[in-house]
Ligand binder design. Structure first.
Ligand code: DC
Length: 228
C-alpha cells in the first residue's frame, strides 16, 4: 500500500477538518489544518498591533513573516494543537476575531507564499491529509486524492453556532450567517489563490449527509486511490 497525499478544500465550517482528522487517524496519516496556520498569522498580527478593523500593516508583517514559527504538537488527548512562537494558541485562534483576521491576512501574497512553502515541506514524504482552500490547486496540485467539500451557507452558520454554543460562547444566527457569507466571498474572490475546485477534485456536498455517510464515502475514495 503506497502513501498518498489527500487534499481537502472547501468553504469554511463545512466540516472539512472533522473529516480530514478522522481519515488521518484511521489510516495513520499526519493531519495538517492549514487554516490554523493563517489563523496563527492573524493572531500574531493582533497581538503585535499589526492589524486594526480596517488595516493590516503589511510592510511590518512582511519583515516579520519569517520570525513567525508555527508548529503542530499532539496534546495529551492525542489531538493536534497549534503553537505560535513556542506558545499553545489552539483555543485563541478559534475566536471570530482571529477568523476574520485570518481571512484578511490570507489575501496577502507574501503570507501565502511562506505558508505554502511550509505546507509543501510537511507533505514531502506523503502520508498526509491537509485541509484548506488551495491545497488541491496550489499546495499539492499533484495530490492523488482531492476532495472539494461544500454545504449551504445556512447549514454552515448553524453548525458554527452549535460549535460556539458548545464552547459556552453566545452568538446571533443572523450575524454568524452574514460572517459565513462574507468569508465565502473573500475566499472566492481574492486575487491570490482564490478558493476554487481543482478540475480533478471529487465534490462532496454534505448538507444532507450524516457523518457516517460522509466518512464511508471518503474511506472508499481513499482505498480506491491507495490500491490503484
Ligand atoms: O479553515 P479556517 O476557517 O480555519 O481558515 C481560516 C481562514 O484562512 C479562512 O478565511 C481562509 C483562509 N485559508 C486560506 O486562505 N487558505 C488555506 N489553505 C486555509 C485557510
Amino acid at each position: 500500500m503506497h502513501k498518498i497525499i489527500v487534499a481537502i478544500d472547501g468553504f469554511s465550517s463545512c466540516g472539512k477538518s472533522t473529516m480530514a482528522k478522522e481519515l488521518a487517524r484511521e489510516v495513520g496519516y499526519i493531519y495538517v489544518d492549514s487554516g490554523a496556520m493563517y489563523r496563527a498569522v492573524s493572531l500574531f498580527c493582533i497581538q503585535n498591533g499589526l492589524m486594526t478593523d480596517t488595516d493590516i500593516n503589511a510592510v511590518e508583517l512582511e519583515k516579520k513573516i519569517e520570525s513567525i514559527q508555527i508548529e503542530f504538537k499532539t496534546n495529551q488527548e492525542g489531538k493536534s494543537d497549534t503553537w505560535l512562537n513556542g506558545r499553545n494558541v489552539e483555543t485563541e485562534i478559534r475566536s471570530l476575531e482571529v477568523a476574520n483576521g485570518a481571512s484578511r491576512v490570507s489575501t496577502l501574497g507574501f503570507v501565502r507564499r511562506e505558508l505554502v512553502r511550509q505546507q509543501q515541506l510537511m507533505g514531502e514524504k506523503k502520508g498526509i491529509v491537509m485541509d484548506g482552500r488551495d491545497i488541491g490547486t496550489v499546495v499539492f496540485p499533484t495530490a492523488e486524492l482531492k476532495i472539494f467539500v461544500t454545504a449551504s451557507p445556512e447549514i454552515r452558520a448553524q453548525r458554527r453556532l452549535d460549535e460556539m454554543a458548545a464552547r459556552g460562547e453566545s452568538a446571533n444566527y443572523e450575524e454568524v450567517l452574514a460572517n459565513v457569507i462574507e468569508r465565502d466571498d473573500r475566499d472566492q474572490n481574492r486575487a491570490e489563490s482564490p478558493l476554487r475546485k481543482a478540475d480533478d477534485a471529487v465534490v462532496i456536498d454534505n448538507s444532507h449527509l450524516t457523518r457516517e455517510e460522509q466518512s464511508m464515502l471518503l474511506r472508499t475514495l481513499f482505498i480506491e486511490k491507495t490500491f490503484n
